[in-house]
Design a protein around this ligand. Sequence first.
Ligand code: BTN
Length: 244
Amino acid sequence: MRFKNIHFKTISSTQNWAKKHLGEIDPKTITCITADKQTKGRGRFARKWSSPLGGLYATFVFRLPTKTPHLTALGQIFSLTLANILITHKVKGCGVKWPNDIWIKGEKVAGILTELVFEKNTVAVLLGVGVNVNNKKVPKGATSLAKVSEKKWNLDILLRKLQKKWVQSLLLFQKKGFPPFQAPFEELMVLKGQEVTLFDGEKRHKGICHSLASDGSLIVIIDGEKQSFYSVDIQGLLKSPLCR
Ligand code: BTN
């Protein structure tokens, strides 16, 4: 699979740019839109994503057949791919917080925003990733790769590695869906076994974070019963010793 790279020095949001220009994006490539900084970076649940110089901000755009199974798990696979790269770079204490945040010892270092735009026979996938890399300042509760590893990172090398590994993950996903990623994701999953509060955008639910299903959904025990969740925000005791 070929990559087409589009880079901006400053942009409002790579995600918004991708949405606006979707019709012009070649369906046969993975287009990667990046920016040195964003003025209106956004995250899940319409939250702001702080995007100063020093971070990695990218939106990967590609198309898949509409009937592709487990589409909602693409963000999980992306975060697992990124977490594995960090682990190979000897970043210690790296884990994934379902669905697709990357945490280092209880602090968030990267977030992923997955948006699907359904077309006639295809679905356009917009995978936005924000990583605090060499950022001088990060929001409360977050950290940066430079801080935890005490070195400056090369953003281009990190991006190229992510692109290379993403192609491998995507090819495997196209062949086999989410199941090959289930065990590796669960292995890195923070908050497993812990009491958590889930927020679905409207309501809060309390339960115990149990496991990950083979379609990527989160299994939580609520009032003694297992329930599956596809799109919620989890809050737990992020500073607990169980949290990598
Ligand atoms: C989250 O954790 O809530 C997801 C954050 C996603 C941020 C990235 S940065 C690149 C892309 N452009 C955006 O405006 N958002 C995503």
